[in-house]
Design a protein around this ligand. Structure first.
Ligand SMILES: [Zn+2]
Ligand SMILES: [Zn+2]
Length: 302
């Protein structure tokens, strides 16, 4: 990827974020409060890092896809499929691979250490989209590059998937309220904003669900789906991350290397209550009173 392509990429993502942030103003899911304040430097700092990293590794993935397509390698090569079919296969395959990459980060304590950076955000909006540690970016890259290499996916397929993926990620994290029946119906086939909000809950049984990126079928088929309706009572963040660290760029960069038990979780809940906005009347959501809130032990063991 050239520098010009990086600028175009950043421009597209910035435009998508700006547009969706206008929708956030018009139809917010939760009211902004103390939890949403003071996150901009950390979130946009990590976003900048992610964009530069994606630029570097995206170039490598594209170069590999181009090399393989010229060389005619990979499992799919002998089938002689048309480009549209190959692009469709790329999107579905890479989405399954991304699902597995995400699920592995919740299963393996060492990987969870890096993924905690994304989950520690005490509020969700468009600025949360690319809030991730560079180590997570590298792990996700492996799950793109390996199927690309094994199957011989075309460059166009990889580019289309990455584009769909980032635009979808902006919507998933946006603090927007979809009409509930629409969200519920869409979630039969597609990962909706509310589905991903459930994933950002600090209640472990909700955190370990809805790993999908584009297609809801992987969560439904692999039995990790939870209803999008649960989003309305979700409390974002992590119990075992100090709220000050959750809003600090330097603190988040160091988070994978810090034992969870060394952070103070004592203020976490108080700062993370979501205020639901419903038909013009603000209502404070229960901060997960009914949910079992377990402090995840992963990160302290590795
Ligand atoms: Zn996750
Ligand atoms: Zn997320």
């Amino acid at each position: 990827m050239t520098l010009q392509e990086l600028v175009t990429n950043v421009g597209l993502i910035a435009a998508a974020m700006s547009l969706v942030s206008l929708v956030e103003l018009a139809v917010p899911l939760f009211a902004r409060g103390a939890a949403s304040e003071g996150r901009a430097a950390a979130n946009f700092g990590l976003t900048g890092l992610t964009l530069v990293l994606n630029w570097a590794i995206g170039g490598a993935a594209a170069a590999l896809a181009l090399f393989l397509s010229i060389r005619g390698g990979g499992v799919l090569a002998p089938l002689g499929l048309s480009l549209p079919v190959l692009v469709a296969i790329s999107v579905v395959t890479l989405d399954l691979s991304t699902y597995l990459a995400h699920r592995s980060m919740h299963l393996v304590p060492l990987l969870w250490r890096a993924h905690r950076v994304h989950h520690s955000d005490p509020f969700l909006d468009v600025s949360s989209t690319l809030r991730q540690h560079p180590l997570e970016g590298l792990w996700r890259f492996l799950w793109i590059i390996v199927p690309t290499w094994m199957l011989g996916l075309p460059l166009t397929g990889v580019v289309v998937y990455r584009l769909l993926s980032v635009i979808q990620a902006v919507f998933e994290h946006a603090n927007i309220r979809l009409w509930r029946p629409l969200d519920r119906t869409l979630s039969l086939v597609w990962v909706t904003p509310n589905m991903h909000k459930v994933h950002h809950s600090r209640a472990r049984k909700q955190t370990d669900s809805n790993y999908g990126n584009l297609f809801a079928c992987f969560d439904r088929g692999l039995r990790t789906f939870r209803s999008a309706d649960e989003a309305y009572d979700v409390v974002y963040g992590l119990d075992d991350v100090d709220p000050r660290r959750a809003k600090s760029f330097a603190g988040l960069m160091a988070l994978p290397f810090v034992r969870a038990s060394s952070d103070s979780p004592s203020h976490a809940l108080a700062s993370s209550k979501n205020t639901r906005i419903s038909r013009g009347a603000a209502k404070t959501s229960a901060p997960g009173e009914s949910a079992s809130m377990r402090t995840r032990s992963a990160g302290t063991s590795a």
